[in-house]
Design a protein around this ligand. Structure first.
Ligand code: ATP
Ligand code: MG
Length: 282
C-alpha cells in the first residue's frame, strides 16, 4: 500500500471526509420490469478519491455506473456535479462535463482505427470551414503516448479496433477515459481482460489521476485490487447499498460478509460515522 501513497489515508482522511463531493448520486432507483436493480442508492465521490463499488453478479453495480455516466436514466433520484444538480440524457452530456466512463461492455467503434477511437467525438482538425481536415498524425502521436503509458503494445494504431485482442481493446478504452476524464472517471471492471503487468500500470495510472484531483469510481470483482487502490468502499447487495467503509479501516473478510449478506448490512462509515444517506443530501 505504501507504494501508492496513502490510500484512504493517513492525515488526509479527515480532510477528505470534510471535502464536498465532486460528484454524487442521491437516492437513485431503477427497475427493469420486475427487477429492482437500484434502490435508494446514494454514492458520493470526492476529488482526489478512489471509491470502489463492489457486490455480487447482478447486485446492480453496472446499473448504477450506467446512470452515473448518462447511458440510462434513473426512475427517481438525483445526480450532482460540484453540488449542482445535473441531468444526463446520454453519455455525450456526461463527457462534455468531464465525466468519462469505461463500461463493462466495450464501447469502441470496431471498424475505426485505434487513433480514431481515441479521439471519437473530439477529432483534432487543422484549418477551418470547408477546408478542415483531420490532424491524423497528431492524433496518432497522442494515441501512441497515451496507450504506451500502460505498456499495452498495439502494433498498428491505424489498424481497426476489431482486429485487436480483448486486452488491447480494454487498453484503448481505458486510455481514452483517462485522457479525457478531467473531473470524474468511472470504470466497470477495467482490468478484467488485462495481464498482471498491464493491470499494475492501469492501477498506478488511476492513482496518478487521483493525485491530479480526479474522482475515480471503480467497480471491481478483484478485492485485492479494491484494497490496493481504493480509499473508500461501497457494498451493493440486491440493488441496495448495505455498507460503506474506509478501505484502511476494514478487511476483506468484512467486505465479503457484506457482499454475501453474512452480516446484516448496517450503513455506517468506518471512520467518520456518517451515514451514506445523510452526508450529501442537499
Ligand atoms: N437493460 C436491462 N434489462 C433488463 N434487466 C436488466 C438490464 N440491466 C440490468 N438488468 C438486471 O438488473 C440487475 C442488476 O444488473 P447489473 O448489470 O447492474 O449487475 P452487476 O452488479 O453489474 O453484475 P455483474 O457483476 O455481473 O456485472 C440484474 O438482475 C440484471 O439482470
Ligand atoms: Mg456489471
Amino acid at each position: 500500500m505504501e507504494a501508492h501513497g496513502e490510500p484512504g489515508g493517513g492525515t488526509n482522511a479527515t480532510a477528505q471526509q470534510e471535502q464536498a463531493p465532486v460528484f454524487h448520486m442521491e437516492k437513485i432507483c431503477k427497475h427493469f420490469g420486475g427487477v429492482q436493480a437500484a434502490i435508494d442508492v446514494s454514492i458520493a465521490l470526492r476529488a482526489r478519491e478512489v471509491v470502489a463499488l463492489v457486490g455480487n453478479n447482478g447486485a446492480g453495480k453496472s446499473t448504477v455506473l450506467r446512470i452515473a455516466s448518462g447511458v440510462i436514466e434513473p426512475d427517481s433520484g438525483k445526480l450532482y456535479l460540484d453540488g449542482k444538480q445535473i441531468e444526463l440524457h446520454g453519455p455525450r452530456e456526461a463527457r462534455a462535463l468531464g465525466m468519462e466512463t469505461v463500461p463493462q461492455e466495450l464501447s469502441l467503434a470496431p471498424h475505426l482505427s485505434v487513433a480514431a477511437n481515441m479521439f471519437l467525438g473530439r477529432e483534432v482538425v487543422r484549418g477551418w470551414g470547408p477546408l478542415r481536415i483531420l490532424n491524423k498524425s497528431l492524433m496518432r502521436r497522442r494515441t501512441a503516448e497515451l496507450i504506451g503509458g500502460f505498456g499495452i503494445h498495439i502494433p498498428n494504431l491505424d489498424g481497426r479496433v476489431f482486429d485487436l485482442s480483448g486486452g488491447q481493446q480494454q487498453g484503448v478504452a481505458i486510455g481514452r477515459a483517462l485522457a479525457w476524464g478531467s473531473r470524474v472517471v468511472i470504470l466497470d471492471e477495467p482490468t478484467a481482460a488485462l495481464g498482471i503487468e498491464e493491470t499494475a500500470r492501469v492501477e498506478s495510472t488511476l492513482l496518478k489521476m487521483r493525485e491530479a484531483g480526479v474522482g475515480v469510481l471503480l467497480v471491481s470483482h478483484n478485492l485485492d485490487q479494491v484494497f490496493r487502490v481504493s480509499d473508500r468502499i461501497y457494498v451493493l447487495r440486491r440493488g441496495r447499498i448495505v455498507g460503506e467503509r474506509m478501505t484502511n479501516a476494514t478487511t476483506a473478510d468484512e467486505i465479503v460478509a457484506l457482499i454475501t449478506g453474512a452480516t446484516t448490512g448496517t450503513v455506517e462509515v468506518g471512520q467518520s460515522g456518517e451515514g451514506v444517506d445523510n452526508g450529501y443530501a442537499q
